[in-house]
Design a protein around this ligand. Structure first.
Ligand SMILES: *[C@@H]1O[C@H](CO)[C@@H](O)[C@H](O)[C@H]1NC(C)=O
Ligand SMILES: *[C@@H]1O[C@H](CO)[C@@H](O)[C@H](O)[C@H]1NC(C)=O
Ligand SMILES: *[C@@H]1O[C@H](CO)[C@@H](O)[C@H](O)[C@H]1NC(C)=O
Length: 369
């Protein structure tokens, strides 16, 4: 009798939550993910490109694929996946180029991110192919029309404006695989000062974010560029010591990040009804790298999967790479990308962190905003 009553109460409570959520239009919402290899969930599998992650042992800890590679550039979930899980999305945002990114699946979100992609069109040219941010937004424009036909124009607009989060994680390749490339930058570094290049990037980025706004995006998360001078690749090719980072890439990232923050403030003021959240990925990741022991890692300089030099940072992760035995003990999975263990720490801070890391509100607050 008693347990019956409790069961009924529990059922009532869950129904009430569900109706409550549906009524205020929150639901689990959708995430539309733009960016580079940090959040690519498999788009590059469908491109003829030198930047590929659908090879073992990538994905070895990704439960949804049974440990098989999916095109994610890490051993498990990306930051985008973890945030989707935590915000209650039932499915990972499907890669736009995957055959199953059709029908109702797109209502949980779509992922446009591409390994090697950047803000500038020329970024990542050494990989032969990748989706730059211009093209990623062209693709969202296609999705936008599909949502119109699935929901009807009025519901579609509400769905995009009120329940969808647009995250953009981009910019690192504009330095690593464009401005800082000695030969292939096609002279960008020779003809443009860092200031001019960074201004050019931000002019493009302003236009790109404004295009998303024109397509009804309202809740944005903009990640800044991380400490790219500290990745195993940079530490290895510059033959640094255990606790050193390469100065120039970090300096460029900081210079860009300061101006990006101003751009985010400007867009919050100028685009009515939009909320742009600034994610301070640089400080967050640098803290994990510097204080790795506090977070339970044994190294933040050596890649778990990779080969070459003192930090396994030259040859990308693949079937013939050496792999560490405890993947959760490494901040970096490969010469460029964090491990799932590091992604978990980063994602949790973006979800629940304070304004030093994510401002003016964190992701849980943005969802309910
Ligand atoms: C779409 O396909 C990918 C790869 O084939 C798979 O991992 C994913 O679970 C599928 N997603 C949905 C929502 O069907
Ligand atoms: C970027 O490249 C694509 C082709 O890859 C091209 O269609 C587009 O016009 C280019 N955009 C700019 C601004 O140059
Ligand atoms: C979206 O695509 C349409 C053509 O189908 C075009 O007219 C419009 O300018 C595009 N919008 C954006 C913001 O790119």
């Amino acid at each position: 009798m008693k347990s019956y009553y409790i069961a009924a109460l529990v059922v009532f409570f869950f129904n009430w939550c569900y109706i409550g959520k549906a009524a205020n239009g929150q639901g689990s919402g959708a995430s539309f993910i733009f960016g580079d290899s940090l959040v690519d969930a498999g788009n590059n599998n469908y491109l003829r490109t030198l930047s590929k992650a659908n090879i073992q042992p990538n994905g070895i800890d990704f439960k949804a694929s049974g440990g098989n590679p999916t095109g994610r550039y890490t051993n498990g979930r990306t930051i985008g996946d973890i945030i989707g899980d935590e915000l209650g999305q039932p499915n990972y945002a499907v890669p736009f180029l995957a055959p199953n990114s059709t029908g109702n699946a797109i209502l949980h979100g779509v992922n446009y991110a591409s390994g090697g992609g950047g803000i500038m069109n020329a970024t990542g040219r050494i990989f032969v192919n990748r989706l730059g941010l211009d093209i990623q937004i062209d693709y969202f424009n296609i999705t936008r029309k599909q949502i119109d036909s699935l929901l009807g124009p009025s519901k579609a607009r509400d769905f995009i404006m009120k329940t969808s989060i647009f995250s953009v994680t981009i910019g690192a390749n504009d330095f690593l695989n464009n401005y800082l490339l000695p030969v292939l930058s096609i002279g960008a570094r020779l003809s443009e000062s860092p200031d001019a290049f960074i201004n050019d990037m931000l002019t493009h980025f302003r236009g790109q974010l404004t295009r998303l706004y024109q397509l009804d995006a309202r809740k944005f998360v903009i990640g800044n560029v991380g400490p790219i001078g500290c990745i195993p690749y940079q530490r290895t090719i510059n033959q640094l010591k255990e606790d050193e980072c390469v100065e120039l890439p970090n300096k460029l990232a900081l210079q860009y990040n300061a101006k990006l923050k101003d751009l985010v403030t400007e867009l919050n003021e100028n685009l009515p009804g939009a909320t742009f959240v600034f994610a301070n990925v640089y400080d967050l990741v640098l803290d994990v790298i510097t204080n790795y022991k506090k977070y339970g890692f044994t190294t933040s300089s050596k890649a778990c999967c990779g080969n070459g030099g003192q930090f396994a940072g030259i040859i990308p992760c693949g079937p013939t790479s050496s792999m560490c035995s405890d993947r959760d003990s490494h901040v970096f999975w490969d010469p460029y990308h964090p491990s799932e263990a590091a992604n978990l720490i980063i994602a949790k801070k973006l979800l629940d962190g304070d304004t030093k890391i994510i401002s003016p509100m964190n992701l849980r607050q943005l969802r309910d905003h």
